[in-house]
Design a protein. Structure first.
Length: 142
């Protein structure tokens, strides 16, 4: 697995990086997003969604309470999944995430590292680390 590291100095730079990363995320892909609260996971997803022309930055919000947001682009179905509030494998099963996996699907899974399944099945891992107020270290492994 190859790892690339990027440093962004603002939310805007994080969005631009997300747009650039779409070339690594050709469907089908399961992407594990790692990072503490406030690390910039949803900000990065804003860029990914814009890069795939699936949603504008303004339309992308954290799915903390709804658990799954779907954005449809011309060649991709993007699913932004937040498992922060999911605690057991049984709760995970009830979400029906397997039904989302398809030839044109990219699953962006926040807090998926809580479940071994996503650690094992991921195609790409993106780890975001806060190193300053607006500075982020972003490691992409694929």
């Amino acid at each position: 697995m190859e790892t690339r590291e990027f440093i962004t100095h603002s939310p805007e730079e994080t969005v631009v990086l997300g747009q650039r990363l779409t070339s690594l995320l050709i469907p089908p892909k399961v992407v594990l997003l790692r990072g503490d609260l406030g690390a910039g996971k949803t900000t990065l997803v804003k860029g990914i969604a814009a890069g795939f022309r699936a949603a504008s930055e303004e339309d992308v919000t954290s799915p903390t309470f709804t658990l799954v947001h779907e954005y449809r682009g011309p060649g991709v179905n993007l699913y932004h999944i937040d498992l922060y509030r999911v605690d057991t494998p049984r709760q995970l099963e009830t979400l029906g995430l397997d039904d989302l996996i398809g030839d044109s699907s990219v699953l962006l899974v926040e807090w998926g590292d809580k479940f071994e399944r996503f650690v094992l099945e991921r195609d790409v891992e993106i780890a975001l680390e806060r190193v300053g107020e607006n500075t982020r270290r972003i490691r992409v492994s694929c």
